[in-house]
Design a protein around this ligand. Structure first.
Ligand SMILES: Cc1ncc(COP(=O)(O)O)c(C=O)c1O
Length: 450
């Protein structure tokens, strides 16, 4: 039985970065300046958490109470998985799928709903890809007495109708995106079926609805802060097992799950002077922002009114191919993750969906836990590191969610119907063509890390 306690503070990595994050730019004045638009309706607490150079932030009592129903989450050595893949070093897994929403997203959804409710907001509107974020926000809104409206990527909702049902059971109103409710969908709708558009719809809808606020979810600096509970618990749990690892792996959609498990290791090493393990972001080869993208200013959504952020991106206009890992189908990586990737403080590997689901299937058969396809990417990278000599001492990987609502993906895998085509170079180049590089640098390093 674990003695690990629930952290009472979140831990920020910002004080340990050697430079502040590049400021956001307003889309109207690309030359620079303020983050017009980003703080509209954003509770002050969340603005502070994104911008202040403070390391520890008390978790509000109401949020701690909610965390207690599912945290600390389990960490174990996955010996049977190690055997199944022929690992030469131990693999530890941290499992975030055991809450009502089924993923790590609830860690920040609860915090965000709490702060929005305190700020007097009555309804939160959001966009979701896989539906994990929407489900988490729906659950959190219910807990904190808010209405919730979710625009979910339409192809995802078709593939996973029960995600929609779960969100509705939790009290949310769910729309397939592109919907017929917004101008942005009418403008760019049609063939476009992306998280950027779903977010754009939510931004527009919230903007014209009294008492409502748009809530972006995953990639913001404050959500990465909230996710630090994952890494803080992991560090304590590994110490309890007297285990050391030289690699920490998480999958990356926008980056909060990876940031959540990995960045507390960075902060810890910076404080103690110990060597930091290699922090490895596992991304989908359909959206290879950290391995094939540029470090540039880009939009976070498809409206064109949100601020431009400094991020690794394959271009917000890139038509992301369909895949079963809808939660990884985002064109950019969070600002913090991108800045750290630019300094080689994090590395990245891209994984195709067949390899990810094979890893997920091996994990299911060996560890009796069915991972989400997104989490399969982290397991695939953990398997690579543990078998090909990349890791000498051990790997810890975050299994960010369960896959019970993703069984159609596993069905296609079992039926031999899955393919994994990485994007052609020319398509990426033209989507990144007009982006403004950060600090005059177009590409960091070779563009292919790990
Ligand atoms: C199960 C699961 N894991 C990982 C991710 C990616 O998370 P993030 O956006 O925090 O990188 C998602 C996103 O939806 C998800 O649903």
């Amino acid at each position: 039985m674990s003695r690990t306690s629930l952290p009472t503070s979140w831990r920020s990595v910002l004080p340990h970065l050697d430079e502040p994050l590049p400021p956001d730019r307003s889309p109207e004045s690309p030359a620079g300046g303020s983050d017009a638009g980003v703080s509209v309706n954003l509770p002050f607490a969340l603005v502070r958490q994104s911008t202040q150079n403070r390391e520890f932030w008390d978790i509000p009592a109401e949020v701690l109470d909610a965390y207690r129903s599912f945290r600390p989450t389990p960490l174990w050595r996955a010996r049977r998985f190690e055997d199944a893949i022929g690992a030469r070093v131990p693999i530890y897994v941290k499992y975030e799928g055991g809450n009502i929403s089924g993923s790590h997203k609830l860690n920040t959804a609860l915090a965000q709903a709490h702060y929005y409710a305190k700020a007097g907001v009555k309804e939160l509107v959001t966009g979701t890809g896989a539906g994990q974020w929407g489900t988490a926000l729906a659950a959190a809104c219910t807990m904190f007495g808010l209405r919730c409206r979710v625009f979910m990527v339409g192809t995802s909702l078709q593939k996973k109708p029960y995600r929609g049902t779960l969100m509705r059971a939790l009290g949310a109103t769910v729309h397939a995106s592109p919907s017929d409710l917004t101008d942005v969908a009418a403008r760019v709708g049609g063939g476009v079926n992306s998280l950027a558009l779903a977010i754009g719809e939510a931004v527009e809808y919230a903007g014209r609805t009294e008492g409502a606020a748009f809530c972006i979810g995953s990639g913001e600096t404050y959500s990465i802060l909230h996710q630090s509970v994952i890494g803080l618990e992991t560090i304590e749990q590994l110490a309890e097992l007297e285990a050391t690892v030289d690699s920490v792996v998480g999958c990356v959609g926008a980056g909060s799950n990876f940031g959540g498990i990995a960045l507390p290791f960075f902060a810890d090493a910076a404080t103690t002077g110990a060597e930091c393990p290699r922090l490895v972001a596992a991304e989908s080869s359909t959206t290879p922002k950290l391995t094939r993208g540029v470090y540039a200013y880009d939009k976070t959504d498809a409206t064109g009114v949100s601020p431009m952020e400094a991020m690794y991106t394959i271009g917000s206009s890139y038509p992301i191919p369909d895949s079963h890992s809808a939660g990884l189908r985002f064109h950019g990586a969070a600002k913090v993750i991108s800045a750290m990737r630019h300094r080689d403080q994090v590395t990245a590997q891209a994984v195709g969906q067949v390899e990810a689901l094979e890893a997920g299937r091996a994990f299911t058969r060996s560890e009796m836990v069915l991972p989400a396809p997104e989490s399969g990417h982290a397991l695939a990278v953990a398997a690579r590191l543990a078998t090909d000599g990349g890791s000498d001492r051990g790997v810890v990987a975050c299994v960010s969610g369960h896959g019970y609502l993703d069984l159609s993906a596993y069905q296609q895998l079992l039926d031999g119907e899955l393919t994994a085509e990485p994007p052609a170079e020319q398509a990426l180049v033209s989507a990144m063509d007009r982006l403004k590089p950060v600090q005059g640098l177009a590409v960091a390093g070779s563009g292919h890390h790990g």
